[in-house]
Ligand binder design. Structure first.
Ligand SMILES: [Zn+2]
Ligand SMILES: [Zn+2]
Length: 145
């Protein structure tokens, strides 16, 4: 078994640390197979998808990583762990994602569910569109055409 190492006050195994640093170094969400394909992950000795998934599960338990359901991909949470609901803004052009807090929105959505007698476990919101850079690039394109 890998020796646990201290990382940001959390106790992470070597595998979890390697996966977390891969996500930290990425500018867009990564799937487990994206992570597996990274040279530094190979170099760290991680070779099986199951190993990656196991590390991701633990990192999600600790609130250090979020899963983007619609992409089946993962992002590092730079302000975790937190218990508030999060939404993701997903750029369909460049693939970048931004995490936003949805405290009020969560109350609102969960309230609608409660009216139906539905017990809510989690609220997940994913919005697709264009990030500021891509929106600006598109605006520039439409000006010149
Ligand atoms: Zn977060
Ligand atoms: Zn973009």
């Amino acid at each position: 078994m890998a020796e646990p190492t201290a990382n940001e006050g959390q106790s992470l195994t070597r595998n979890q640390g390697a996966v977390l640093s891969a996500l930290k170094g990425a500018d867009k969400p990564l799937t487990a197979y994206d992570i597996l394909g990274l040279p530094k992950i190979r170099k760290a000795g991680l070779k099986a998808p199951l190993t990656i998934y196991r590390a991701l599960d633990k990192l999600m338990d600790q609130g250090l990583v979020h899963r983007i359901e619609s992409l089946n991909a993962f992002v590092h949470c730079d302000h975790g762990p937190h218990d508030h609901a999060t939404g993701f803004l997903i750029c369909s052009d460049c693939g970048r994602t931004l995490e936003v807090h949805l405290d009020d929105c969560e109350d609102h959505l969960a309230g609608r569910a409660r009216e139906q007698g539905f017990a809510v476990d989690a609220v997940k919101v994913e919005m697709t569109g264009r990030c500021p850079d891509c929106a600006a690039a598109e605006a520039a394109r439409s000006r010149t055409s």
